[in-house]
Every structure is written in structure tokens, then in C-alpha cells.
Design a protein around this ligand. Sequence first.
Ligand SMILES: [Zn+2]
Length: 343
Amino acid sequence: MNKKCGLLLDDRYFKHCIRQNSPENPKRLHSLYAHIQGNFRDRFYCLEPRRASLEHITAVHSTFYLEQIWEHSTRENPYSYDRDTYLMEESFATAELAAGGCLEMADNIMAGEFDRGFALIRPPGHHAEPGRGMGFCILNNIGITAKYLLEHYRLSRILILDFDAHHGNGTQEMFYESPEVLVVSIHESGLFPFSGKKEETGSLQGQGFTINMPVFAQFGDREYTFLVGRLLQGLVEQFMPQIILVSAGYDGHRDDTISNTLLSTEWFAMVTTMLRQYAEETCEGRLMYILEGGYNPASLKASVIATLESLGCRNTRKVGVLDVKRASALLHDHPLQRYWTIQ
Ligand SMILES: [Zn+2]
């Protein structure tokens, strides 16, 4: 039995739900949760979420925004606040539980109960800005967690990797002027929310601590592997993070029609192995995954399971370690090689 990896899931995450159809709904997770409860629970250190306190939420979100959520949650039309981000009676409590689940996991990692884990929460968070929710996101779970780690544990070097198909605009905005949080986002160019250009690199003291890698539609495993393998590895070695947080979005999967990128299920296992190695080399293995997007329940389920297999196994070498040199050699003659050289 391996208790070195944490796992957090909770049926209360299904309470944020409306009758109208939305890609972000509890059905995303039903089959995945059922599979985990039957197969994974014994192999992981399972946690119960708590509600994030207002103190921790308002460390990144404005009170004016929270008042807007409360007001719109009681309205008859769940889309009165935003055309994507529905709000109903249980929305804020569910979002508090999502952010609080991440804080619970962060506490356990910092206490050394385990060194890595996956918070399988919803609603997602990375589009939520300090003063505005959008793109299915109400509270920015990863932003609240990073801020909590900075303030409560006095960390000063946190790496956030966001590989959701969409740019994590909310997370970027929260740490745009901070040299303490290195925010790296790999996302499809030209997709919602249409930000995350490579020229967006941070400002003031945070200049250089925001890194955007917009990729073309049709990019798949080898291109993403090159980016994570070569570029991110260099960044990790320079920044020497104290913990790596991952905005784990699975909507870049080839079977997820919300994006045009072509990642395979196996890629999500592969990137996890790479990140585990980076974490072991720099921050005693501290690595925390937080669920973001993923709107095809079948590919989301398969890819999260692949991630958990990779995250939970005792020895990273057993998962099939990626040969980065071989991956970049494969890309040597790629017609888009010049694009990366410019990056
Ligand atoms: Zn997304």
C-alpha cells in the first residue's frame, strides 16, 4: 500500500448544478469518481475537504466580487452574472469547499503527511480573476492556495504550471507583479479567454515571472513534451521552487471538442512523471495537482486515471520515463522548430 500520495474528492462537489445544459456539470466527474472509489481509495491517503475561510478567499478576491456572487446566486436566472458561469444557491458553498479542499491538501503536504497529491474538485478556478468570475470559474482555487502558502507557510518560490487548453488569466492576474510565484501557462492560442500572449511576462517586481507558451491548434504530445521537457525543466532549475502546483486541465485531450489540441491520454501520465522528477530534484517531491477543465467525461476519466497511476506509483521509473533528448531530437526537423527557437 502506498500512502505517499494524497487524494481528495467529495460528492458535495456535485451540488453546483443547474437544469440547463452546461459543459461544466457534475456528470464530468460521476464515472471518474465511481472508478476511483472502487479502485484507488486504498492506494492513496484520502482527505476530506474543508471550506476555505473568507480570510483566505479575500486574500486574492475582492469583497465586492463576493457580494456580487451572493446576490446573483439567489436570482431566478442562473446566468444573470455571466453567460458561462452559472450561479445558484449552492454555488458559493461548493466553491468554498473546492478552494478549501486545495488548502487541506496543501496543509498535509506541508506537514509531510505525503509529498504529492491530486485535489479532484469542481467548479474549476483558473479563469476567476480578483474581481470577476468567468469561464465556469467562481473562486480561483490555485490562486487561493498559492497565496495561502506564501502567507501561512512563508514560502517565497512557488511554481504554478497550467496545462489546461485555455489560458489561466485569473491566476496570471493575481501574481503578475510577484516574483514569488512563477506562473507558466501552456495553452491553445486564439482560444477563450484570448489572453496569454508570449509578450505577457509580468510587471514591476514580477517582470519575467509570468511565462506564456501559446501553442497552435493541432499541437499534440511531442510538441507539448518538448515545451515541458526542455523549456520548463530549464525554468525549474533556475527558479528552484519550494512546491509545484499544477492547474491540471484535461480539455487539451484530442477527444475533447472544446479545444483543437491533440494530446493523448498517455501524455498526461508522461507529464506527471516529468513533474515528479522536477519536484524530487528541487522541492523534496512537493507536487500538487488541482483539477481545472476537461469536458469530455470519458477522456477526462481516462486521463485523470493515467495521472493518478503516474502520481501514485512508488517509483517514477516504472511509469516509462520520458527521454527528453529523444523527444527534442524528434522535433529537430519539425516545421515549427523555428517557432520554439523564437520562444
Ligand atoms: Zn480549459
